[in-house]
Design a protein around this ligand. Structure first.
Ligand SMILES: Cc1cc2nc3c(=O)[nH]c(=O)nc-3n(C[C@H](O)[C@H](O)[C@H](O)COP(=O)(O)O)c2cc1C
Length: 169
């Protein structure tokens, strides 16, 4: 990664960066993939819409996660934004369960829509995406997807802030 003319300037300390951003409030989603390479899913807070025309979504996943290997082959992923009542699903897909080898998809009710990526029933918003671009920066891989279908439930979102779940009313 080149920073051109800013190369010689002081760098932002990692700890300061991480602590500062822990103050932000983010939605929580389960990003999933399924296809020829196999099925995987993990909890993320680093997802955002890129633009509406065409409808594009972005999610960042640690390159070490098996999700990356599978999504790159499957060429598809889904982003399932969680409702406030789905905190347990967030914990399961973050690996906080008692048995880390247990099938995470036993938590929640999952269906397939357009690409075959797992879609969570009763999610706040679910977006089924065809992979448009994947690129790696630092420790993470950035996935940009073209949204092929969207569904939503008008309920409260699950929010993560200050290293914990936050409730909004
Ligand atoms: C609220 C929350 C948000 C997270 N956001 C991300 C994220 O944006 N990207 C990421 O790679 N991991 C994120 N993680 C961590 C992953 O969920 C976790 O490392 C992963 O599920 C570990 O799974 P593994 O056992 O499949 O490696 C987040 C975890 C939590 C609890």
């Amino acid at each position: 990664m080149t920073l051109t003319k800013f190369e010689a300037l002081p760098n932002c300390e990692t700890a300061k960066f991480v602590t500062a951003l822990s103050l932000a409030a983010n939605g929580v989603a389960i990003v999933t993939t399924d296809g020829d390479a196999g099925r995987s899913g993990l909890t993320v807070s680093s997802m955002v819409s890129v633009c509406a025309e065409p409808p594009l979504m972005l999610a960042c996943v640690n390159s070490d996660n098996i999700f990356c290997e599978l999504a790159d082959v499957n060429q598809a992923f889904a982003i399932n934004l969680l409702a406030q009542s789905q905190q347990d699903i967030s914990n399961t897909f973050a690996g906080f369960g008692e048995d880390p080898d247990a099938d995470r998809f036993l938590s929640g009710s999952w269906v397939k829509r357009t690409t075959g990526s797992p879609i969570l029933e009763h999610a706040l918003v679910s977006l089924d995406c065809a992979l448009l671009e994947a690129t790696t920066h630092g420790t993470h891989r950035i996935y940009i997807g073209r949204v092929l279908s969207v569904a939503s439930n008008d309920t409260q979102p699950l929010v993560y802030s200050r290293r914990g779940y936050a409730h909004i009313s």
